[in-house]
Design a protein around this ligand. Structure first.
Ligand code: PLP
Length: 384
């Protein structure tokens, strides 16, 4: 029979709604897609070219399990230049997407019964991964009145002798909030002497708006010794299908985790690794993509600003807008399904992220679609 921990896993709501939206679009329905979890534009040409060249020169075999040396060196250089983190290639593992980096980080550290603190609202896969591994999730609710940021005093209260990991994710999916250096430092002060690991998922770092600078948790004080930083290429370079991610950690942890890679995926895709190498060499794409998403965020925010029954939280990063729909009297799920049925606008009900009364709107679609979607949402709300 099936492993009971697998039976307990939930299907991903976000993937389900994304699949339904794609199906409706394929059928020719005029759906406004505010459900997407990936950038709407194509992978840049210079990245595709690098992959085609890799195929043509036969770079199509297994690579070392932790990734090719040039890419690990390029990741280490990027972390030094952009994140103020000094690592060598021996601190890096290239993985099959950031999702697998997260999974091997958790699997590598956790034993049965260990506790993992997950601030909520949370990205859907964290609790499911913890469940699969046989550890226990301890949710740390963040409050609307704190702008959905971790309250260090509340964090302190949920740490027990069994706490093994704190998962951080900023800019945050689904809330769009991020943390300043000072805010991160308050978290660091709470965890630093507790023998806890921090798994810091910074996959949306490039999408940090209003000239704010992304700060890596591992760059604070001695945090590097107990932090695994996870990042990837999916969101920044519109490479979701290439499955390219990485983690950076102390070398003893890398040595252990690399054994999991050896015996599961063997290595990340060789062609995608060459594509990722080209992505890291680029200097312009990130600024362009950030500017584009900021423009879209501003359009969506101003469009929804007069809407009394839907209150949007201004995203500081990511391409997600977290919206309070509780004043409509509908549950998150009813709001999303009725909006899709009546107005052909798809979004994700935030009960999937552990927060009833909210929905997540993704502004990963062009400005025309955003304007159309805003009109439809307002009509939906006004028609009660
Ligand atoms: C917070 C967060 N972390 C990790 C991932 C996984 O990204 P990847 O495509 O690199 O596996 C996602 C993707 O939706 C995400 O939203």
């Amino acid at each position: 029979m099936i492993n009971p921990r697998v039976s307990l896993l939930k299907k991903s709501t976000t993937l389900k709604i994304t699949a339904l939206t794609k199906k409706l679009l394929k059928e020719g329905k005029d759906v406004v897609n505010f459900a997407a979890g990936e950038p709407d534009f194509d992978t840049p040409e210079f990245i595709k070219t690098a992959a085609k060249e890799a195929i043509d020169r036969g770079f199509t075999k297994y690579t070392p399990s932790t990734g090719i040396q040039e890419l690990k060196e390029a990741v280490a250089a990027k972390l030094q230049e952009e994140n103020n983190l000094i690592y060598s290639k021996d601190n890096i593992i290239i993985t099959t997407g950031a999702k697998y980096a997260l999974f091997v980080a958790l699997f590598g550290l956790l034993d049965f019964g260990d506790e993992v603190i997950i601030p909520s609202p949370y990205w859907v896969s964290y609790p499911e991964m913890v469940k699969l591994i046989g550890a226990n999730t301890v949710f740390l609710p963040t409050l609307q009145t704190d702008n959905f940021k971790i309250n260090p005093k509340e964090l302190e209260k949920v740490i027990t002798a069994k706490t093994k990991i704190l998962i951080l994710n900023y800019p945050n999916n689904p809330t769009g909030v991020t943390y300043s250096k000072q805010e991160l430092f308050h978290i660091y002060e709470v965890v630093k002497d507790k023998g806890i690991f921090v798994v810091s998922d910074e996959i949306y770092e490039v999408l940090t708006y209003d000239n704010k600078k992304h700060v890596s948790f591992a760059s604070l004080g001695g945090a590097k010794d107990f932090t695994i930083t996870v990042n990837g290429f999916s969101k920044t370079f519109s490479m979701t299908g290439w499955r390219m991610g990485y983690l950076a950690a102390p070398s003893d942890i890398i040595n252990e985790i690399s054994k999991i890679i050896d015996h599961t995926t063997s290595c990340a895709c060789s062609i995608s690794q060459q594509a990722a190498l080209a992505a890291l060499r680029d200097k312009n794409w990130k600024d362009n993509v950030r500017a584009k998403f900021q423009e879209r965020r501003d359009l969506l925010l101003s469009g929804l600003s007069g809407c009394d029954k839907l209150r949007a939280l201004k995203p500081e990063g990511t391409f997600y807008m977290f919206c309070d729909v509780s004043r409509t009297g509908l549950s998150s799920f009813d709001f999303s399904t009725k909006l899709l049925e009546r107005e052909l606008v798809s979004c994700i009900p935030a009960d999937a992220f552990g927060k009833e009364g909210f929905v997540r709107l993704s502004f990963s679609t062009d400005t025309q679609q955003i304007s159309k979607g805003v009109k439809r949402i307002k009509r939906f709300i006004n028609n009660g």
